[in-house]
Design a protein around this ligand. Structure first.
Ligand code: HEM
Length: 454
């Protein structure tokens, strides 16, 4: 067990205990402000490439930026995107995550139909702006404290469920979101469907949510009415003769998008609020940027325009810095198609490689004082694309399809918050990696309306 066979030299490391491997060490909670100790210790002992065993799989962890970059570029050749068995069972065998090559390209284009930059500019921006403004205003006028992660999740879920399938019964929407609540714990886990486990809770949640989505499909087919949402587009595609899209694939696609959108984006928003709250100098610079945007408007009541969004340079620096420091996705997995030689070692076919973006983002050779939240470090740098030193949204052909959506939603949120409101953190703000990010006591803030400025 400890020395798996291989036609060459395996990267060094330990396979831990039979079956469990080193899973327990990997899941030991740790602080946001360090390279995960699981990785740090093994890098110090074995170097930038090491072997381990997690949730029953033989894994090579890669922390070498060049190797990581090449792995992403080799998608569909030596490496294939891979998710844990529990992840695939929860998101569905038919979700776009499990497809490769032409079918993946086709499904990605379908999603881009909804969240491409062109569609964001033409359709989503005004709606996102209105929804965000309305929600932040209601949090302030409620007079109570709000947990940012919770309220931002509600806001994004409500908005996106409407965009996807015209789900607009507010109470039912909130109930639908509850089905996703244990997901973060269940995604990287042993797929043991036993009551009491997070995995079991996720499967139950999936069942209920899929039934709701299925009912929407059925209802829409029966009504023949057009709603101008993503579901209309999916049904048109399903009807085509030469399509890859079946109704089951379409349903799993809606399911994945519902989760991916609200969970990642609300986490990113919460992190940004936390970092901005801790850094008054950043808040002051943001206020300057957004006050200038308001001053240049003909009418104070007009919506955010695409030009304004594009001009939010410092805001984009804050967004990049938030996702760099926080490392929302703890590991990106690829399956090795055939034996691959890397830095003098052999990674055998069938093994899984885990790329850990946090090692890159917290590397002092790449970022000065990497544990400090410093948006100014992005001054004059590329802000809108990934690179060998910035992989928060992955890389290569599997690059996050929702990155532009997430950034737009974050920028709009920051715009409304800093231009119209003040807030104080009342409770919480701790952030822990398990290794997915969690806010154990939330981030509770009290928001109040600023005096009219102009
Ligand atoms: C701050 C927010 C987000 C972060 C940090 C993030 C991160 C990532 C990362 C690292 C990947 C690459 C996974 C891999 O290569 O195996 C990915 C893929 C993906 N993301 Fe995101 N994401 C975010 C927001 C979103 C949003 C808003 C959506 C929905 C519109 C979304 C949908 C997806 C999908 C569908 C994939 C799979 C793409 C493919 O396989 O081609 N993500 N995301």
């Amino acid at each position: 067990w400890q020395n798996p066979t291989c036609n060459g030299k395996l990267p060094p490391g330990s396979m831990g205990l039979p079956l469990i491997g080193e899973t327990i060490q990997f899941f030991t909670p740790n602080s946001l402000y360090s390279i995960p100790p699981f990785i740090q210790k093994r890098m110090a002992r074995y170097g930038s490439l090491f072997r381990t065993s997690l949730v029953g799989r033989k894994i090579i962890v890669s922390t070498d930026p060049e190797v990581n970059y090449n792995i992403f570029q080799q998608e569909g050749k030596s490496f294939l995107v891979w998710y844990t068995e529990s992840f695939i069972k929860i998101f569905g065998e038919d979700s776009m995550l499990g497809y490769h090559g032409m079918v993946h390209k086709y499904l990605k284009n379908l999603v881009l139909h909804l969240v491409s930059p062109e569609n964001l500019r033409a359709k989503l921006l005004p709606e996102m702006d209105e929804t965000t403004s309305r929600h932040v205003s209601s949090w302030a006028s409620s007079g109570s404290t709000v947990d940012i992660k919770e309220v931002a999740s509600d806001m994004i879920f409500e908005y996106f469920a409407k965009k996807l399938i015209s789900f607009d019964d507010l109470k039912a929407t909130m109930k639908l979101r509850q089905n996703f609540s244990a997901f973060l714990d269940g995604l990287i886990s042993f797929p043991l469907n036993i009551p009491g486990t997070a995995y079991h809770a996720c499967l139950q949640g999936r069942k209920t949510a899929i039934n709701v989505i299925k009912a929407k499909f059925k209802e829409r087919r029966a009504s023949n009415k057009k709603y101008g949402d993503f579901l209309d587009h999916l049904l048109e595609e399903v009807e085509k003769e030469d399509t890859f899209l079946s109704e089951d694939i379409a349903i799993d696609l809606v399911f994945v998008l519902l989760f991916a959108t609200y969970e990642t984006t609300s986490t990113a928003i919460t992190l940004a609020v936390k970092f901005i709250s801790d850094h008054p100098e950043v808040l002051a610079e943001l206020e300057k940027e957004h006050e200038a945007i308001l001053k240049n408007r003909e009418s104070q009541d007009s919506e955010i325009t695409w030009q304004e969004y594009k001009s939010m340079n410092f805001t984009h620096m804050v967004i990049n810095e938030s996702v760099r420091l926080a490392n929302i996705v703890p590991g990106i997995f690829r399956k090795v198609v055939h034996d691959v030689e890397v830095n003098g070692y052999t990674i055998p076919a069938g093994w899984i490689v885990m790329v850990a973006p946090s090692v890159l983002h917290l590397n002092s050779d790449k970022y000065d004082d990497p544990l400090v939240f410093n948006p100014w470090r992005w001054e004059g740098k590329e802000l809108h694309a990934g690179s060998k030193t910035f992989m928060a949204f992955g890389g290569g052909v599997r690059l996050c399809v929702g990155a532009d959506f997430a950034k737009l939603q974050m920028a709009i949120f920051i715009h409304h918050l800093v231009s119209n409101y003040r807030w104080t953190v009342v409770k919480g703000g701790d952030i822990i990696r398990k290794p997915g990010l969690v806010f154990p006591n939330g981030l509770h803030v009290k928001i109040t309306k600023k005096q009219e400025l102009y």
